[in-house]
Design a protein around this ligand. Structure first.
Ligand code: ADP
Ligand code: MG
Length: 323
């Protein structure tokens, strides 16, 4: 099965109208009038982001979810995606077939279609690179840089589930099935994300750890933040793990792989968004406030500073020079 057979057999059936059946050199998109295109890429590398023996269908779903997560945080409606795949020469065809099945499922769920990509062999690990394209009203993308003093800080869903699952896989804490699902197959609510436009003052997807991602918002907006540790939303099983071993609590605010949205809004817009969240089946929790200054303070219920612990996940941090 060569590259072209592989594309024709497994990927062409997933192609949308703009993808021209994956039979041309490039896709061709007619942009809707009055919209801005929002574009984002996220890569998944075996051994870094997933285990080489992870189920291919879940992996495909995750590859789309992590990209939709970026679009959702920007308020964009998903439109289409490009898929870059680097696969070892001796790649199992069943793997590719199941991977394509997972893509088909995610495409249906997110209402997004494949429009192109590239397929290469590699001497290295499996690498999956997705570029997702979405639309917002012109000028409507929710940036990181709009947070204002006195805005409230909100987060969707629960935090730390995937990070605790990863620890469970490594045998360092109890492994719960629902947390494992959050790690293997995160699901993003992109309809809620689209409601952020015109209401949220700033927004980011939580993928590197909550505090690190709030930091990004603060830095871009030239403000500081106070976050209440006791307000952070935690699932029942994550709470059980932390109750047993309180040393793991920092994973709630600094573990990676959440794929949730942290956003800021005035109290009034926050109320609207909480109502919209209910309609779209999303849990939204107020977790803190934007203040003058810089940096993020994590405080407990008595206002005492909490040690943040590990900073969010960072690639290349081993190679950084110690100062
Ligand atoms: P090039 O030779 O420029 O690399 P190809 O001829 O390999 O391009 O690609 C043929 C078509 O197949 C293009 O439309 C391309 O977008 C599509 N394609 C290649 N790999 C993938 C993939 N992994 N997923 C989706 N489309 C793909
Ligand atoms: Mg190509």
């Amino acid at each position: 099965l060569d590259e072209f057979d592989l594309i024709a057999r497994y990927f062409s059936p997933l192609a949308g109208r703009s993808g021209l059946g994956l039979l041309d050199d490039a896709a061709c998109i007619t942009p809707p009038t009055g919209k801005d295109m929002v574009v984002s890429k996220d890569m998944l590398v075996a051994g870094i982001h997933f285990f080489p023996d992870d189920k291919p269908a879940s992996l495909a779903f995750k590859a789309l979810s992590v990209n939709i997560s970026d679009l959702a945080a920007k308020g964009a409606r998903p439109h289409s995606y490009l898929l870059g795949l680097s696969l070892p020469e001796d790649m199992d065809q069943i793997w590719i077939e199941q991977f394509a099945d997972g893509l088909a499922e995610a495409q249906k769920y997110y209402n997004i279609e494949l429009i192109g990509g590239d397929t290469t062999s590699t001497l290295g690990p499996i690498t999956i690179s997705v570029t997702a394209i979405g639309y917002v009203e012109q000028g409507g993308m929710v940036r990181r840089n709009g947070a204002c003093i006195d805005d409230r800080i909100y987060v969707t869903g629960t935090l730390g589930d995937a990070a605790l699952a990863l620890l469970g896989i490594r045998g360092e804490c109890k492994l719960y099935e629902d947390l494992l699902e959050c790690y293997h197959r995160p699901v993003v609510n992109s309809v809620f994300g689209q409601g952020l436009c015109g209401r949220a003052s700033a927004s980011a997807d939580v993928s590197d750890g909550l505090i690190a991602d709030i930091h990004h918002i603060c830095k871009a907006s030239g403000v500081g933040a106070v976050v209440n540790a006791s307000a952070l939303p935690v699932s029942a099983n994550a709470a059980r793990i932390i109750k047993r071993d309180s040393k793991l609590a920092p994973l709630i605010w600094s573990g990676g792989d959440d794929y949730k949205i942290v956003f800021t809004a005035s109290a009034e817009n926050g109320c609207h968004l909480k109502r919209f969240a209910k309609q779209t089946g999303v849990k939204v929790t107020e977790i803190g406030k934007i203040v003058a200054g810089a940096g993020v303070d994590l405080v407990d219920f008595s206002g005492q500073q909490v040690q943040i612990g590990t900073e969010g996940f960072m690639h290349f941090s081993k190679g950084r020079r110690q100062s």
